[in-house]
Design a protein around this ligand. Structure first.
Ligand SMILES: Nc1ncnc2c1ncn2[C@@H]1O[C@H](COP(=O)(O)OP(=O)(O)OP(=O)(O)O)[C@@H](O)[C@H]1O
Length: 666
């Protein structure tokens, strides 16, 4: 198969162009002045403004959803479930109600973004004026969703809406206020983070490593242990960042320290926790047990509390609350009925208070016995009380906004943050806050401010074939990455069940759709984009892979736009093939990744593909083969994508879609 030659650009010029592009603002714009970040008053004022903007953006989104005329459209947003019946209720930790809902039709739940931990409002589906009851999703299955609430919702049939996360914001605001006026140790740490005090490092310690680490990982561990205030671990894709962080935690505990291990998402906390439980016994996970990996359930605070000897007493009290609630939840008749109902709920409320007090003392005991406490960065301050930690670690710190770190930082003697600022930034809803710099994480700010003085980069990656790695390494990581011998030449064709043919015998392929009339389209009733022509190419590629013996579970299809994901999901009938947006794949990997770029238009508009971190994440999910389908006519207008096209060409991996016209029936 011949590859069309593209005009070569000088390597030097492409390399020189890269840092400039970042400086030119293709990464998020930054707030006005550096002093905003130095002066505590101005810094925390800025953060409070961002939180206000986020709060307003969430409120507007919820209002728009409520105003939607057609009910089908409301559920399509993925943020609302309608016509839900309450199918069960229990009493959970801290005496909360755990309410389970099913579709009134018993159908599976539609695709939705209500995840474990999401704040929601449960309201009467028949009463638009009902303000509802706030809760948090505590379990989710294909047909049921369970919500933990403090109050009992009114109504026969319910709607459940994803709601503005006021609890998280309130906690963040309280933590920020505490930091702003802090004295002593907390003030010192704050001042280092704001750049008002110099970084301090002691002697690098001699370390007896528990894990078999490579040299950059060992150096990163020693560096982090020597930091007296803050250290950053920069972990490019597949370089064992979490492995390294786990070792830092292990070494700290070995020296008698107590550690708070956090990450912004439940999944990231669990990934770290999985490594930690192999190293220590005294590791406790605070959070929703339902979301915790099966193997880790025994380490959750809830289960530890359940297995405490006093738990039997609590169990009896819960049963009593259940009976009271059962009686109270029956529809009352007449004034007496309502009065009686009120009394029953009041009695249940008193008992729940007693349960809470008893549980609190058990919780205190369990947490006091832990060397490492794992939680998301949204910390339940009621549970943790006034505990401080010798070391606080934030993994996946680049997914954390500046506002999101202070709850953890407030409890720290020393801080280690780990992440990769060339992967996805934190989610920010408000465009204004984003323009103002809210998508720039603290970690990115510190690395850009202090350079190598504050961070160590991991360099050996254990995921990708070296050719898949190299473009990312040259573009984002100063050509620092090295592929470990175990992966550097690994191809799809090396899998025992896979044939050796042109679809499996090389790590890279780019299929250029230029001139094939595969134009992007706007989704009819949405804002997202799709490209049916590219979807056809992807479906064709999937068929070739499956016919070559590749297993559906080894294939990932990544699209930057949700509409293209929907289009492809409807075209592929095998659910084992994962199709998702870049966000859905962060932190994950697959043997083969098919990436559809979608954008193809006359004007060379590439929209949010300009945030090249997305493309970096998408490309670096692939272990053995990466296929990119895109229009060079559109993409090539942007310097980053021009370099990417050139790279594929240099690797003899560039093909026009016309080469497959016959096979594809173009
Ligand atoms: N020193 C090492 N020797 C061998 N394998 C390693 C080493 N360090 C990490 N790995 C392997 O590399 C893979 C990635 O490790 P880990 O999960 O720690 O990476 P990560 O950097 O957190 O991942 P991500 O890129 O998803 O953020 C794992 O399979 C891990 O076992």
């Amino acid at each position: 198969m011949s590859s069309r030659r593209r005009p070569k650009r000088s390597k030097d010029s492409s390399k020189r162009a890269l840092p400039d592009r970042f400086a030119e603002g293709l990464v998020d714009p930054q707030p006005a002045t550096d002093t905003d970040f130095q002066d505590p008053q101005r810094y925390f004022d800025l953060l409070r403004r961002w939180l206000d903007l986020e709060s307003e953006a969430e409120r507007q989104r919820m209002a728009r959803r409520r105003q939607m005329q057609r009910r089908a459209d409301v559920e399509r947003t993925g943020e609302t479930l309608l016509a839900m019946d309450m199918s069960d209720h229990q009493i959970g930790l801290a005496g909360r109600y755990l309410l389970e809902f099913v579709k009134a039709t018993s159908a599976p739940l539609p695709m939705n973004r209500l995840k474990v931990g999401s704040p929601v409002v449960i309201s009467d589906d028949a009463d638009e004026s009902d303000e509802g009851v706030a809760g948090v999703v505590s379990r989710r299955k294909s047909h049921t969703i369970q919500v933990a609430t403090e109050r009992w919702p009114e109504g026969d049939r319910f709607r459940i809406d994803l709601s503005p996360d006021e609890t998280t914001r309130r906690r963040q605001l309280a933590a920020m206020a505490k930091s702003q006026t802090a004295e002593g140790r907390a003030a010192k740490l704050r001042d280092v983070i704001l750049g008002n005090r110099p970084l301090r490092f002691g002697q690098e310690p001699q370390v007896e490593f528990l894990t078999d680490l490579n040299p950059p990982q060992r150096e990163a561990v020693r560096f982090a242990l020597s930091a007296q205030d803050v250290a950053v671990i920069h972990g490019p894709p597949g370089t064992g960042k979490t492995t390294t962080v786990a070792e830092i935690i292990y070494q700290t505990v070995r020296l008698g320290g107590r550690v708070l291990a956090c990450a912004p998402s439940n999944t990231a906390v669990d990934n770290l926790m999985e490594k930690l439980v192999d190293m220590h016994d005294a590791v406790i996970r605070v959070g929703h047990p339902a979301r915790v990996f099966e193997s880790l359930r025994g380490h959750t605070l809830d289960e530890r509390v359940e297995s405490d000897p006093s738990a039997a007493v609590i169990e009896d009290m819960r049963r009593e609350v259940d009976q009271l609630v059962n009686a109270a939840s029956k529809r009352p008749s007449g004034r007496e009925g309502y009065k009686r109902r009120g009394q029953l709920f009041a009695e249940a409320g008193q008992l729940r208070g007693q349960i809470r007090a008893l549980e609190r003392s058990i919780v205190r005991g369990v947490l006091d016995g832990a060397d490492v406490i794992c939680t998301t960065t949204t910390i339940d301050d009621d549970l943790l009380g006034k505990r401080d930690f010798d070391l606080v670690v934030i993994d996946e710190a680049c997914q954390c906004t500046e506002t999101g770190i202070w709850q953890a930082v407030d409890r720290a003697e020393r801080l280690v943050i780990a992440g990769d600022h060339f992967q996805l930034p934190p989610t920010v809803l408000s465009d204004q806050a984003a323009d103002d710099g809210m998508r720039r994480s603290t970690m990115q700010r510190l690395v850009e401010r202090d350079g190598e003085a504050i961070f160590r980069r991991l360099k050996v990656q254990y995921r990708m074939h070296q050719q898949i790695m190299r473009f990312s390494s040259d573009t984002f990581y100063d050509s620092d990455l090295v592929a470990d011998a175990s992966v550097k030449e690994r191809l799809l064709a090396d899998l025992p069940h896979v044939e050796n043919n042109r679809w499996t015998d090389s790590p890279l392929m780019l299929i250029d759709t230029a001139g094939a009339g595969m134009d992007e389209q706007l989704e009819p009733d949405g804002l997202s984009k799709l490209n049916p022509g590219e979807a056809n190419v992807i479906v064709f590629l999937v068929r070739q892979l499956i016919e070559s013996g590749v297993r559906p579970s080894e294939i990932a299809i990544i699209a930057p736009y949700a509409a293209q994901v929907r289009c492809l999901r409807s075209r592929l009938d095998d659910h084992r093939i994962e199709v998702d947006t870049v966000d859905g794949f962060q932190g994950r990997e697959k043997d083969v990744v098919l990436l559809t770029m979608v954008r193809s238009n006359e004007t060379g508009e590439i929209g949010f593909l300009k945030d090249t971190r997305r493309t970096n994440v998408a490309m670096t999910r692939a272990k053995r083969r990466l296929v990119v389908v895109g229009d060079s006519g559109t993409l090539g207008n942007d310097a980053f994508y021009a370099d990417m096209l050139q790279y594929f060409d240099d690797q003899s991996a560039y093909h026009s879609v016309w080469e497959f016209a016959g096979e594809m029936g173009l």
